[in-house]
Design a protein around this ligand. Structure first.
Ligand SMILES: NC(=O)c1ccc[n+]([C@@H]2O[C@H](COP(=O)([O-])OP(=O)(O)OC[C@H]3O[C@@H](n4cnc5c(N)ncnc54)[C@H](OP(=O)(O)O)[C@@H]3O)[C@@H](O)[C@H]2O)c1
Length: 395
């Protein structure tokens, strides 16, 4: 159900308020997952802000409700006011009642929306419901720069509904000659404390952090979020076909849950409190990474997936074209012989190389942080033809 979009040029006040709503939405990182990060500003047409809000934990208040509560707590009347929201208000009864009805009941006269919700349970329904209730609803043109800013806040949420898989960000910490470990496997620490802390900001964005059994056995990492505060811990996923994860592995300990993905024929000791999947199909003898990503999106609502693995799994993900973005911390050191960032097949010629575009570079402490994406890839995805995002993962 998609209402005919109205695309009036947003006023300068619309732009200002949507910009504020986007800033508010960023506070929902590490809080609202798997719900999208949404911000809302309620204000009067003469320029007064009456209430502000952003999405809380799943099952708690959405941005619109938080903004209405904020106005109420300050004794502000919002009847006849405008609501600026970064994502279409929900129209369905999920864990909370529909925001579209709440805005109507509160007497909001106009709603300005940055983007339509990709969730088929909502998509266009919130707009239609509010218009039917007599509200003026304006939706930004999809080409508006504010829309791409809004999508950048939720690339995983859009990827999950529009591609049926998470947005994958692969993190590597390497030397200037591209090595992620010494030849004997030791890698602690190539980058400095500041870069490692920055890495936790990116872990915090993710619904899940994925690694391979090679890294678990070599480093015994916790792979949780520690260096920055977070309301929720990402799910930690270990690809471990043969069930070699030790019972006392640090990755299995709280805070946060762990998931072992093993091959259908694997056998291993029970791991109390740890979920184990043995139903992901194999492709060429290895766990099918595409099927796994679909299963993570479908079963566990994984929006952003943070890959922090050794060269074997990182290479397999890249070779399967499943890495959307690279987060590279580069230390000013040379390691010489050592492990490369990714084991990739030998190329016949340079033209066959995978091409990326740098999207960001900065210095963190004594290290460089570089981000790159597949050239031409944006966070606006082509919807799969048969509503693949709703279908059961072919796991
Ligand atoms: N500096 C960094 O950024 C960084 C980050 C992480 C790790 N490391 C270093 O990397 C080294 C470990 O590298 P690694 O390559 O052995 O570990 P890895 O890539 O983390 O794990 C590889 C293992 O994952 C399992 N796996 C399951 N399904 C897979 C699939 N479809 N594709 C690929 N692998 C799959 C395989 O074992 P099974 O067949 O038994 O399942 C495979 O051997 C260590 O020295 C560690 O310190 C460095």
């Amino acid at each position: 159900m998609t209402s005919p979009p109205t695309k009036p040029a947003p006023t300068p006040l619309d732009r200002l308020r949507l910009g504020e709503a986007l800033e508010l939405a960023s506070h929902a990182i590490g809080l609202s997952d798997p719900n999208p990060r949404v911000g809302c500003v309620i204000g009067s047409s003469d320029g007064r802000v009456l209430g502000r809000g952003y999405t809380q934990r799943a099952g708690e208040g959405h941005a619109e409700v938080m903004a209405m509560r904020d106005a109420q707590s300050q004794g502000q009347s919002i009847r006849g006011a405008t609501a600026w929201v970064t994502l279409e208000p929900c129209a369905h009864h999920g864990r909370t009642p529909p925001c579209s009805l709440a805005l109507l009941e509160a007497g909001i006269a106009r709603c300005v929306i940055a983007q339509i919700d990709p969730n088929p349970l909502v998509s266009g329904g919130g707009v239609a419901q509010m218009r039917q209730g007599g509200m003026q609803v304006d939706v930004l043109d999809t080409e508006d720069p504010l829309v791409s800013t809004a999508r950048e806040l939720n690339p995983g949420f859009f990827s999950r509904f529009e591609r049926g898989r998470p947005w994958v960000r692969a993190k590597i910490a390497c030397s200037a000659d591209g090595k992620v470990a010494l030849a004997d496997g030791r890698s602690k620490w190539i980058t400095g404390e500041a870069a490692r802390a920055d890495g936790h900001h990116w872990r915090r964005r993710a619904s899940a952090i994925m690694t391979g059994i090679g890294t678990v056995l070599a480093d015994n990492p916790r792979l949780d979020v520690r260096a920055v505060t977070t309301a929720v811990q990402p799910l930690r996923v270990v690809l471990d076909s043969q069930r070699r994860t030790p019972v006392d592995a640090a990755i299995l300990t709280p805070p946060g849950a762990a998931l072992i993905v093993a091959s259908p024929t694997s056998a291993g000791p029970p791991l109390p409190g740890t979920e184990i999947w043995t139903d992901i199909s194999l492709r060429d003898g290895a766990l099918d990474l595409t099927a796994l990503l679909r299963a993570l999106a479908h079963r566990r609502s994984v929006n952003e997936l943070h890959l922090e693995a050794g060269p074997t799994l990182t290479g397999a993900m890249a070779a399967a074209d499943l890495v959307d973005e690279w987060l590279i911390y580069m230390a000013p050191m040379m390691l010489g012989e050592g492990k490369p960032a990714a084991h990739l097949p030998r190329l016949a010629c340079l033209e066959d190389a995978r091409r990326y575009t740098w999207i960001d570079s900065t210095t963190i402490g004594s290290d460089l942080r570089l981000r790159m994406r597949r050239t031409g890839l944006s966070t606006t995805f082509t919807r799969p033809p048969h509503g693949a995002s709703e279908s059961t993962a072919s796991a």
